[in-house]
Design a binder for this molecule. Structure first.
Ligand code: NAP
Length: 284
């Protein structure tokens, strides 16, 4: 029988721990403030931004919402980011992606002051992760490490296979698993004999962005399977990159969608915000 890795429960534990920390910080006169910028009114982005605001309210973090029109120019957005960079009352800045096509996302991300980049996307923070120094780590992979640790999954010495090499999930995931002493293989669209590789994984992280891509034929008996994907299936039901029904009976532990990786992303964003006020190391 497989274990279901419960991201809803674990993220709630983390949020409750953070709430206590924030109360203690407030007792020392420290306030935490996250600025959230959304450009346009993409419905999915509005849901994500709404959830982030809710999490801030629960933990006791002040959130400043900037809702800019779809036709906002790149310069207008850069000016706002610069203004927030210079504002001592703001600890974290988050620009909800994707941005409208007239705006260069990379330029905006690199304009956020690295010490306020709670998404962990700035190249200074990415570089810090690579060399093992202090910095913010991308929230989704950071959350996956917490899911594994808090579910009693040992990473050290395990063969960890990551499908996907995006800057926000696959690459930082690989670096974090390496930091935890896993033996890491990264696969992508040009990988040959994908299943041969994934069938060697003790821990398989799937961030391929294709609904139900991974079934039982990709999985070694008893592997731990982490599903990063979020999609709607043909019946408009949420599903992941893994075909849960087929894969789960072969896994020793697996994350569901919804209720697996998704809730962890926001919990770790809150973690990064609290760290910004505490000026302490990232979760190990
Ligand atoms: P992405 O930028 O589209 O990256 C997908 C990766 O999968 C790429 O590296 C791509 O390889 C690789 N790939 C595509 N087809 C493949 C194939 N046939 N075989 C092997 N590799 C293949 O996606 P992402 O931003 O990393 O996100 C991945 C998924 O996670 C999406 O479903 C997204 O919605 C979800 N997501 C969830 C959360 C959350 O909070 N739960 C957060 C972020 C993302 P190439 O590099 O060669 O193109």
């Amino acid at each position: 029988m497989y274990q279901i890795i419960d991201g809803k429960k674990i993220s709630q534990e983390i949020k409750d721990e953070l709430r206590e920390k924030v109360t203690a910080l407030k007792g020392q006169g420290k306030q935490i403030c996250l600025a959230v910028i959304q450009v346009g009114s993409d419905p999915a982005s509005s849901v994500y931004v709404g959830n982030k605001k809710k999490a801030c309210a629960y933990i006791g973090i002040e959130s400043l919402a900037y809702e800019l029109p779809e036709e906002t120019t790149e310069q207008e957005l850069l000016d706002l980011v610069q203004k927030l960079n210079a504002d001592d009352g703001v600890n974290g800045i988050l620009v909800q992606l994707p941005l409208p096509k007239q705006i260069n996302e990379e330029k905006v991300i690199q304009t956020i002051a690295p010490e306020k980049d709670v998404d962990g996307f700035h190249e200074k923070n990415v570089g810090a992760l690579c060399v093992g120094s202090k910095g913010y780590v991308s929230c989704t992979p950071l959350g996956i490490i917490q899911l594994l640790k808090r579910s009693g999954v040992e990473i050290a010495g395990k063969h960890c296979v990551v499908i996907g090499r995006s800057n926000i999930v696959g690459k930082p995931m690989a670096m974090l698993l390496l930091r935890e002493n896993g033996t890491v293989t990264v696969c992508h669209s040009r990988t040959q004999n994908l299943k041969e590789i994934t069938r060697q994984a003790d821990i398989l992280v799937v961030a391929v962005g294709k609904p139900k891509f991974v079934d039982d034929s990709f999985i070694k008996e008893g592997a731990v399977v982490i599903d990063v994907g979020i999609h709607r299936d043909e019946n408009n039901k949420l599903c992941g990159d893994v075909d849960f029904e087929k894969a789960a009976p072969h896994a020793s532990a697996i994350t569901p969608v919804p209720g697996g990786v998704g809730p962890m992303t926001i919990a770790m964003l809150m973690y990064n915000c609290v760290s910004s006020a505490e000026q302490e190391d990232q979760v190990q």
